[in-house]
Design a protein around this ligand. Structure first.
Ligand code: DAH
Length: 330
């Protein structure tokens, strides 16, 4: 008996205890063998022998149960220890993303005009000749088409070279008054320090009854807008030409790098050209069937703004997806 009890209490884990259980209590185990002897024991002694056996069995079972409890508790403790998490350890720091500088600049531009009650319109990037050129007073063979090197499709479709076609689409779809901007991607066959084949523009258009929209309105809102984007700069309107506006102007700000003294960025002029604008040409209104209205329009390149604001020397770096560049704008 004693040696069986020792065997149980010496089991060091549940696995070996299970083996012992089979050896002792199993069908072919030690106890079963003892009970098998019963049939050979003469009648009078049978009862005492059986009682003795039952007592031993109960005692062994008690020892076994106790050992099982002990080993089970040990196993749980070991498991908890192995799965322990040190909550004081540093975790992996999650990397915070950021808006791409072009999108951030775009948002800032849109925010300004939305606050000024402009609606945000959009149009397709794959355009046709009518919306991209004809309706904007750029007839076929007009030399001004050369200003925008175009990607054409075989079927005569093209990738829009500016966001101005959204003017046309919006006017064809609605009636004046109109007060809209159109942000979006545009495409030109161009690739150098300051040009990429895809870039972004924001177009603006305001149309109302004849006499209600003036060049003075245009000048005042664009001056305020440029102060919003570049802070305390001087703004000047310089006569220029666009087929869709007459008169037209290009707008310059005093160079934000040299404060107008002249430097490499402003080609020693003290000025930076930032957008084009003008009074909508009557031919544009004719092409969309508008009469008795006047309006102003403007267009700007978002990358140009982003490059100036963030002092990025090569436009192409904005589209290379180099994380080291983008990380600087977090
Ligand atoms: N569409 C012109 C461009 O891509 C920008 C522009 C200039 C738009 C003058 C206008 C405008 O609406 O009035 O260069």
């Amino acid at each position: 008996m004693k040696h069986l009890e020792d065997k149980i209490t010496q089991a060091s884990n549940l696995e070996s205890l299970e083996k012992i259980r089979v050896e002792l209590f199993g069908k072919k185990g030690a106890l079963a063998a003892e009970f098998a002897k019963l049939k050979d024991i003469p009648g009078p002694e049978k009862k005492a022998f059986a009682e003795g056996l039952n007592k031993s069995k109960a005692a062994l079972q008690a020892v076994f149960d106790k050992q099982y409890e002990i080993l089970k508790a040990k196993e749980i403790e070991a498991m908890l220890k192995s799965e322990e998490i040190d909550v004081s350890l540093y975790g992996n720091v999650a990397q915070k993303g950021a808006l791409h500088p072009v999108m951030e600049t775009m948002d800032k531009i849109i925010d300004y005009f939305v606050a000024m009650n402009f609606a945000v319109e959009s149009g397709p990037m794959v355009e046709d000749d009518f919306h991209n050129f004809e309706a904007l007073n750029l007839p076929k063979y007009h030399p001004a088409r050369d200003m925008q090197d175009t990607f054409y499709f075989n079927d005569g479709g093209l990738l829009r070279t500016h966001t101005s076609p959204v003017q046309i689409r919006t006017m064809l779809q609605s009636k004046p008054p109109i007060r809209m901007i159109a942000p979006g991607s545009v495409f030109r066959r161009d690739y150098d320090l300051t040009h990429t084949p895809m870039f972004h523009q924001v177009e603006g258009l305001v149309v109302d009854e004849e006499g209600k929209v003036s060049f003075a309105n245009l000048k005042s809102i664009l001056t305020d807008f440029l102060h919003h984007m570049f802070g305390d700069v001087e703004v000047r309107f310089r006569p220029s030409f666009f087929p869709f506006t007459e008169p037209s102007a290009e707008v310059d700000i005093s160079c934000i790098f040299c404060k107008g003294d002249g430097c490499r960025v402003c080609s020693h002029t003290g000025w930076l050209e930032v957008l084009g604008c003008g009074i909508v040409d009557p031919n544009v209104f004719k092409s969309v069937g508008y009469e008795g209205v006047s309006g102003y329009a403007f267009g700007l390149g978002v990358e140009r703004f982003a490059m100036l604001i963030h002092q990025i020397p090569d436009l192409r770096s904005l589209f290379e997806g180099d994380i080291r560049l983008l990380e600087q704008f977090r």
